[in-house]
Design a protein around this ligand. Structure first.
Ligand code: ZN
Length: 399
């Protein structure tokens, strides 16, 4: 006669190793940031996990045990401690790992998280998304590189956009849609009819209103999760150190070199990564300047680029679609930096030529003689920030 369910679990439990919560607790407490010496795996369902789990645990629901355990514990000779609510499911899972999957040192936590809590030990409660957020970000939650953890990072992220113009418009819209929790927008301009050929965050109704207000309205309508911080001003030496500290990533869509130099020097000092793009005609370029991880803007342009390439010297033509292309590449780099995923465009300059439909990548190295990033951040003084050769003369030469 087959055993009853309860008898079967008792039988399995007699065959596997169990570990008392106090042993697991003291191993975690004594770890000093080096890890407790075992992999702790929660085999419960997602809603149970979301309600709280043991600190440092990884989540592999029992229903996905065979297919996902290697992601959590790739080394089969490693010690693995499994737990569930009361110790039954983890006992069965331990049996499977040992007898079917060849794990050599598997234990099940006696009494599960219930006994753990009864002993008064700490439980970690992951930040939960609301039902609406789960639905809004469901396509992110399905991507292994993002998931709940990544979405939480995005919601906690603070991104500053310099300019709500051609590049800032698509960037702001997509970052808002992706759920970046705080978007700062710096722009002192009003919406003009000639902007609408490319600055898609603004509408015909918004002509004459401040770009920061118009952008805020669009972001709110798209995603109420996003908090917009407006700066109706031009970024300059007098305000940069009031505006940029505290942001995780800065999106540079500024149209003039003096501000770029100033931004570079301040962000190197504060160690804030900058995703920088520029556009002219049918050409776009993009790079990520992550202080001390790669070159800075001054390593790339120790002297300003040729004057005829300085868009701020006058109104220049640009294909209306191009800032969309480059702005979305910027938004993608921002998301990668926030998630810590992939290979950001650090030390690489990406050139896009729309007429030929070509992308070219150039390597950019840190300049050991760079006046800014060759020195520690605390050595960069206020007086040095944004120092730029005679700009008026520079623009005049451009005609
Ligand atoms: Zn540098």
């Amino acid at each position: 006669m087959s055993p009853s369910g309860a008898e079967f679990i008792r039988l399995i439990k007699s065959q596997i190793d169990e570990v008392d919560p106090s042993d697991v607790h003291s191993a975690i407490e004594g770890a000093n940031g080096e890890g407790p010496g075992f992999v702790l795996v929660d085999v419960r369902e997602t809603d149970e996990w979301d309600a709280g789990h043991l600190p440092g645990a990884r989540h592999v629901p029992r229903g996905h045990l065979e297919s996902r355990i290697e992601g959590a514990a790739p080394d089969r000779s490693q010690r693995v401690v499994l737990y569930c609510a009361s110790g039954n499911r983890s006992a069965l899972a331990a049996h499977t790992l040992r007898d079917q999957l060849g794990y050599e040192h598997v234990e099940s936590l006696t009494g599960g998280i219930t006994l753990w809590k009864d002993r008064g030990y700490e439980v970690e409660v992951p930040r939960a998304l609301t039902k609406e957020q789960r639905e809004r970000y469901s396509r992110h939650l399905l991507v292994p590189e993002i998931g709940l953890e990544g979405q939480t990072k995005l919601l906690d992220a603070k991104v500053l956009l310099l300019g709500a113009g051609g590049l800032g418009s698509p960037t702001a819209l997509y970052l808002a849609a992706a759920g970046v929790g705080t978007l700062g927008i710096v722009d002192d301009d009003d919406v003009d009819l000639s902007n609408l050929q490319r600055q898609v965050i603004h509408t015909t109704d918004g002509i004459g209103t401040a770009k920061v207000d118009s952008a805020e309205r669009a972001v709110r309508e798209l995603n109420p999760d996003v908090h917009v911080v407006k700066y109706k001003t031009r970024l300059d030496a007098s305000n940069i150190m009031d505006i940029i500290p505290g942001y995780d990533v800065i999106v540079d869509g500024v149209d003039n070199f003096p501000t770029r130099y100033l931004l570079n020097d301040a962000t190197v000092r504060l160690q804030i990564p900058v995703v920088s793009a520029s556009i002219l005609g049918f050409d776009g370029q993009l790079s990520v300047f992550k202080p001390y991880d790669g070159p800075c803007y001054r390593c790339l342009y120790p002297v300003p680029p040729p004057a005829e390439l300085a868009p701020s010297c006058g109104a220049n033509g640009v294909l209306g679609v191009l800032p969309g292309t480059m702005g979305l590449l910027q938004a993608t780099e921002v998301v990668k930096l926030v998630l810590g995923a992939g290979e950001p465009l650090i030390g690489r300059l990406l050139l896009y030529e729309a007429l030929g439909a070509t992308f070219t990548e150039l390597k950019v190295r840190r300049d050991p003689e760079c006046p800014i990033c060759s020195r520690p951040p605390e050595d960069i003084s206020d007086e040095e920030m944004g120092v730029f050769p005679d700009y008026e003369a520079f623009c005049a030469a451009a005609g």
